[in-house]
Ligand binder design. Structure first.
Ligand SMILES: C[S@@+](CC[C@H](N)C(=O)[O-])C[C@H]1O[C@@H](n2cnc3c(N)ncnc32)[C@H](O)[C@@H]1O
Length: 209
């Protein structure tokens, strides 16, 4: 999946995203934001903010910047912020693999359902770690394949890999392979959403022992 095909595929889905995928993804957004225990002074960056629906779960006082490469998804996010009069929430068009923020800028950096969509998850996670303060928090919610998952599901996911460009995401995405390069200092992993098919990962931005 290259950036152009990601932008094209989200242009296609942006008009119905909130009524379809968005509905399935809501519990994960809600649970992840509650786990973050945001304070009024926290500076938060959300990568791949999409239509901005996660913004409804953050406290008003917490400043959150959301970035995305899809102009169509960002239009929806701006509407969401305006129509719900959300405070301290903004969005900017930017590629998560090449963030235009200084090192150590944010207390918490979040990626919801984006690491299996972006072209180069290794670059995305490297950027998330770079802009997060040392010992800050990194959160992901995503579908990963875990060693303990059902073998039949993994066969189906691998079978779908040749059409991942058309699906707009990687169906088979083993967490062990991802974390071999991400090197996240994982604090917890919990399952969420329909059939517990997605996982919430919390990591501290510090080297793994
Ligand atoms: C499955 S949607 C998730 C949207 C939102 N986070 C949610 O919870 O509903 C994936 C989003 O990631 C965005 N995206 C994909 N690759 C990206 C990148 N490299 N930089 C920024 N956004 C990206 C897409 O445009 C899309 O809006």
């Amino acid at each position: 999946m290259d950036d152009k095909s990601i932008i094209k595929s989200y242009k296609r889905v942006s008009s119905f995203y909130d009524y379809t995928f968005g509905k399935v993804f809501k519990p994960g957004q809600k649970k992840l934001v509650s786990m973050m225990e945001c304070t009024p002074t926290d500076k938060v960056l959300e990568i791949g903010i999409g239509t901005g629906t996660s913004y409804s779960y953050y406290p008003d006082e917490t400043a959150v910047i959301g970035i995305d490469i899809s102009p169509d998804m960002l239009d929806k996010a701006r509407n969401h912020i305006e129509s719900n009069r959300l405070k301290n929430k903004s969005v900017v068009m930017m590629n998560g693999e090449q963030l235009k923020f200084e090192d150590n800028s944010f207390d918490k950096v979040v990626g919801m359902y984006v690491v299996s969509v972006t072209q180069n998850p290794d670059l995305l996670i490297k950027e998330m770690k770079r802009v997060c303060k040392p010992n800050g928090d990194i959160y992901l919610v995503n579908h990963f394949s875990f060693d303990t998952d059902n073998a039949l599901i993994k066969v189906l996911e691998k079978g779908l890999m040749p059409i991942s460009k058309y699906l707009g995401w990687r169906p088979y995405f083993p967490f062990s392979e991802f974390n071999a390069y991400a090197k996240l200092n994982v604090q917890s992993i919990s399952k969420i959403n329909l059939f517990d098919y997605w996982g919430i990962i919390h990591a501290i931005n510090s080297p793994v022992d």
